[in-house]
Design a protein around this ligand. Sequence first.
Ligand code: NAD
Length: 352
Amino acid sequence: MEPFRFPGLPARVVFGHGTLAQVGDEMARLGRRRAVVLATPPQRGQAEALAAHLGERAAGVIAEATMHTPVAVTEGALARLRTLDADCLVAVGGGSTTGLSKALALRTDLDQIVVPTTYAGSEMTPIVGETRDGIKTTQTSDRIRPEVVVYDVDLTLGLPVPMSATSGMNAIAHAVEALYAEDRNPIVSLMAEEAIRALARALPAIAADPRDRAARSDALYGAWLAGACLGTVGMALHHKLCHVLGGTFDLPHAETHTVVLPHAVAYNALAAPEAMGRIARALGAEDAAQGLYDLARGLGAPTALAGLGMPEAGIERAAEAAVASPYPNPRPLAREGIRRLLDNAYHGRRPD
Ligand code: NAD
């Protein structure tokens, strides 16, 4: 066994069907009285239903969360929050809603209870990426990490199949990079392998029947594990590339992860043989990169950056940005190799 450090696990978790009804109990456990419920505009109805359920313990609803956590949106929400008599935040939604909650917690230090409805995993991390004038800046702080996460499988039954597929691949990406993280440890590696196994089994079943409760439960369980990996160990080339691509070309988050993952894994394959063996085993595939590509294709998910709106001329720019500042990665970062990786991902070729 190699030497390691295990920092502990990120947050208190409540997992099950119908657990949304336990949000009030979780507030009481934290010693909180009144919550502002956060959502995106399309999920306002879910936030209002929760507020109605909380009754006197709801201070109001702010349903303005948007992708990439724009500072202007946060400042508007903060002004509104200050007019409400609230002592905690409850976020119901995907990574965008969790992002607004984290940005508000960063500014107010209010406790957060997050109820995730996608598989993005942001709820388990102390990280927020905020956008100002088109530039995304990432911050890490203990204030940002939610205190409690309530996973309610029932809230994911209506997540559309295309979003389930890409959000699930986004979760798998966290687990994949945890297996070759520089600061990996045996517990997180167990969680990562189990996350990939659970998601790889669940996603095809969800594509066949989106209301399959057992598959939805497996997928959310995998997403929790994957989010915990993301919140505990450092990510590498894949996450860096997706950050660069998302920021530079305004590409959609989960779809970008889905397209890039098999290619980033192929790039790292020879430098991380143990991780590759564990990924392949969890997928039930011969080869990690090929198995991930086949999983995405089988789900009907996007496989080409071209289809997400990236300009072909952007390949050079992204390769440049990906090697501009050093970060840990199993295989040294070489501009030509990364350009080739991006070229394959751009055209949707099978990884090589
Ligand atoms: P999202 O939160 O933007 O959700 C996409 C859309 O789907 C939204 O309109 C949302 O309201 C809707 N939606 C969510 N759940 C639904 C459901 N169950 N049924 C129907 N509609 C639903 O997408 P996402 O992929 O969850 O999050 C992406 C964002 O999260 C990005 O900004 C990304 O940077 C961030 N993120 C941050 C971290 C972190 O650790 N800081 C980790 C992962 C993702």
